[in-house]
Design a protein. Structure first.
Length: 519
């Protein structure tokens, strides 16, 4: 499993390990155990500070294909059940490096909050090795466990623990349990995990950081997608004091697997592009407050931004670049069944429906692409479109029509998602022409109906359209003095990566002009 190239790369990553890390594998019999033992043994060859031990942990570990990390002889609360390949290989590498002393990539304020958790928190994260959203959750919780001995986290490969998956009616990943109760399912980032923890344990919101407050900033950018990154880089190149606040760097781009319309880059992926954006930002003096959200904005010549961490940032200008999120259907049975048959990411949750009948709602590019992706995994796909014709590009529609296991139903208004025994089993829809109501039996529903702007916190700050977009002029100015906006959250048409990047640079240049006049 681990090639010489991978092992050589790992030798470089582990060269500066400061602590001994032992990979403790539970004893016992399992078909996959020899493969896991070889994987761990090969992994441990890359550093003298790594070792493998087979041991009966007296029930601490779930099964013979479970292993935990011990640092200098003591468990650090990180457990993997299964072979951490695919997207989770990086999660294991980072867990080892962080356990061995490598600095965590978490904001100091966030680290302070996690260190002050006084409750016993036991997380279980069910993942699929093909899920590109799962590592974000796994890696965040692994870092939490590294910071606080009261926190433990187990990453469980759902494909190898089907009995547990069926027992808990899990139909989507990532699914997170906390102390035996469902904590989150579906796509979730570190900021949302932190919000949920603060909601469950309000005392965490009272934790104060030991770090001194930031000095007055020239530009504070809210949002870390292509528009926000572009605005940050352009602002920093002007020699301004710049801070970025974001729930996660990359935004929606991080969830995009195929990108073929970035001019001069024939083909890339979302994670690769996000990595490149982060590397570019690292060349400049930009303060990044990641995994936090903005609670309020106080206007004035000097604006005050309050974060979910309790921090307050004072700034001369603000650039809003918060992007957009998946639009929901808003019908009965949707929210109630997220993770139990309702999904928004075909790449992540498609494998859970192998050999089953599913629906895709939405006939735009994203909907047809999802149907094509799923067609290679599931038994059949029924694509529902509200309008009389599909909105997707002709090349995609032509491909969908050719597939024997894709059925297209147009002029259909979805009314309700039905479930039985905690699992989706049908969808009810109306033929908009005949007004007849029909029920389609299926096991899963993938919603692909576009995006909605992330602008809820701006309702009393700047002018919004009825659809929630921030109104801007050709220079990215809002109606509020010193507040600018760019990217998918705004009224600019055509929500594209290259357009968002150009809009971010425009907003930064306009903010710079404003600061010159302000001084």
């Amino acid at each position: 499993m681990l090639t010489n190239d991978i092992l050589n790369a790992l030798k470089g990553y582990t060269a500066n390990m400061a602590n001994d890390v032992k990979l403790v594998l539970q004893t016992g019999d399992h078909d996959k155990r020899p493969e896991l033992l070889k994987f761990l043994t090969d992994f441990a060859t890359v550093s003298e500070r790594l070792s493998v031990e087979e041991r009966d942990t007296n029930g601490v570990l779930r099964s013979p294909i479970s292993f935990m990390l011990e640092v200098d002889g003591t468990s650090n609360g990180i457990v993997f059940s299964g072979i951490p390949g695919g997207h989770e290989f990086n999660s294991m590498v980072l867990a080892v490096l962080h356990s061995s002393g490598t600095d965590l990539k978490l904001d100091d304020s966030l680290q302070n909050i996690i260190r002050n958790v006084s409750e016993e928190l036991k997380f279980e994260v069910f993942v699929s090795l093909s899920c590109h959203n799962c590592p974000d959750v796994v890696q965040a919780l692994n870092q939490f466990a590294t910071l606080n001995e009261k926190i433990t986290t187990e990453t469980i490969d759902g494909g190898l623990f089907q009995d547990v998956i069926e027992e808990r009616n899990i139909q989507g990943v990532p699914t997170v349990y906390l102390n035996g109760e469902i904590f989150a399912n579906g796509k979730i980032d570190t900021a949302q995990i932190l919000d949920k923890l603060m909601e469950k344990y309000p005392a965490l919101t009272e934790v104060k950081s030991d770090e001194p407050a930031l000095p007055l900033q020239d530009v504070t950018i809210i949002g870390g997608g292509p528009a926000g990154v572009s605005a940050a880089i352009y602002s920093a190149r002007k020699g301004l004091a710049v801070t970025m606040i974001t729930d996660r760097i990359g935004g929606q781009v991080k969830d995009t697997m195929g990108i073929e319309n970035m001019i001069s880059v024939p083909k890339t992926t979302g994670p690769e592009l996000v990595g490149a954006m982060q590397e570019h930002m690292s060349d400049y003096d930009i303060t990044i407050k990641e995994h936090f959200r903005v609670e309020s904005i106080e206007q004035g010549d000097i604006k005050k931004i309050k974060l979910s961490s309790g921090e307050v940032i004072e700034t001369k200008t603000i650039i809003i670049a918060t992007g957009a999120k998946w639009r929901e259907l808003g019908i009965p049975g949707e929210k109630e069944n997220v993770g139990n048959g309702v999904a928004y990411c075909p790449h992540c949750d498609g494998p859970f429906f192998k050999g089953k009948d599913v629906a895709v709602i939405g006939g735009g590019n994203s909907g047809v692409e999802a149907a094509l992706d799923l067609a290679g995994i599931v038994k059949s796909v029924t694509l529902f479109e509200f309008l009389p014709e599909l909105k997707a590009d002709k090349v995609l529609v032509d491909q969908a029509v050719k597939r024997d296991n894709i059925t297209i139903i147009k002029n259909a208004a979805t009314q309700e998602i039905l479930a039985d025994g905690g699992k989706v089993n049908a969808i009810q829809y109306q033929d908009r022409e005949s007004e007849a109501t029909h029920t389609k039996t299926l096991a899963g529903v993938f919603v692909q109906i576009g995006l909605v702007p992330n602008s809820e916190f701006l309702k009393d700050v700047v002018d919004l359209t009825p659809w929630g977009e921030v109104k801007i002029n050709e220079k990215n100015e809002t109606n509020a003095s010193g507040i600018f906006a760019c990217g998918d959250v705004t009224t600019v048409p055509y929500k594209q990566i290259v357009i968002a990047m150009s809009e971010g640079s425009k907003a930064a240049l306009t903010a710079f002009d404003y600061l010159l006049k302000m001084d």
